[in-house]
Design a protein around this ligand. Structure first.
Ligand code: LER
Ligand code: MN
Length: 274
């Protein structure tokens, strides 16, 4: 497993669930200095302005990219894959393809979170699920063509009404005509939706592709009340070898949040007896 911390390069979304908020160069320096293996990037578009090429900066700081998030497509540009308007759905797929290319160049997959959208008003659940299915099949195959995969993230009921439970999302993704889709276990969303987080993850190891590491209240792990020990034991038991990525509020401040996250990561994943 690899430790990972989120970096947002979108100042207008300050207050969202990302740990590091400084400019990218500074955030990479902080992530590396604290001791993370990787970073997850949240950007407004499929590129990022740096004085030195990003790949060189990552190499300098001995960091990999765990994933890139596509959420800005929805929150900044209003695009979702299940919008009733076909021109918006098309733009959403194009935005995501650019993000998949951006990620693939950094050897990282992209994540579909809020850009999945919701059904309602002009669109039934059945229609929205069909749109999602078609889009995921296309994007999964596109990700494979770029040498990577694409990650679908079930969200809690206040953020989508498509798939809230992990097992439902895994079954849906397994049924797709693409092997390019994996599923994300966000421990904050799962804390709201699952009866048991570890029991939901255990039978779905085959499609688990990424983990968002946050406590019950979306603060860094250790600042809430999720019982993390059985979840971490389950991830070890199923030999999960992907990223454990801190997508949490920068509480009480980015530096403390990052340090707390790595402390918890080491406590649960690097010690044999926790
Ligand atoms: C994205 O990873 C996520 O978890 C969502 O809550 C963002 O809206
Ligand atoms: Mn998440």
């Amino acid at each position: 497993m690899k430790s990972c911390v989120t970096i947002s390069s979108v100042p207008s979304l300050k207050g969202g669930p990302w740990i590091l908020w400084d400019n990218l160069e500074k955030s990479l320096e902080t992530a590396s200095e604290i001791g993370f293996d990787g970073v997850e990037l949240f950007t407004s578009k499929a590129s990022i302005d740096t004085n030195v090429p990003l790949a060189r900066l990552l190499e300098r700081h001995n960091l990999t990219v765990g994933a890139v998030g596509t959420g800005a497509g929805k929150v900044l540009h209003g695009l979702t894959l299940t919008d009733p308007d076909s021109s918006i759905r098309k733009k959403a797929r194009e935005f995501i393809k650019d993000m998949i290319i951006f990620g693939a160049e950094l050897s990282a997959p992209s994540i579909l979170g809020s850009m999945q959208g919701s059904y309602g008003n002009d669109c039934t659940r059945e229609t929205a699920i069909r749109y999602l299915e078609e889009a995921l099949q296309e994007l999964g195959e596109f990700a494979i063509s770029q040498g990577t995969f694409f990650i679908y993230e079930p969200l809690n009921r206040y953020e989508t009404n498509l798939f809230n439970q992990f097992e439902d999302a895994c079954n849906f993704c397994r049924s797709l005509n693409s092997n390019g889709i994996k599923v994300l276990a966000d421990l904050f969303h799962m804390n709201i939706e699952e009866s048991s987080i570890e029991a939901s993850i255990r039978p779905n190891a085959d499609v688990l592709g990424h983990v968002h590491f946050a406590d019950s209240n979306r603060k860094p792990v250790g600042f809430g009340h999720t019982d993390m020990k059985p979840i971490c034991e389950c991830l070890k038991e199923i030999n999960y070898n992907g990223y454990i990525s801190a997508e949490a509020f920068a509480w009480p401040d980015p530096d403390t949040a990052a340090r707390q996250t790595l402390k918890s990561y080491r406590q649960f994943f690097c010690q044999s007896d926790v």
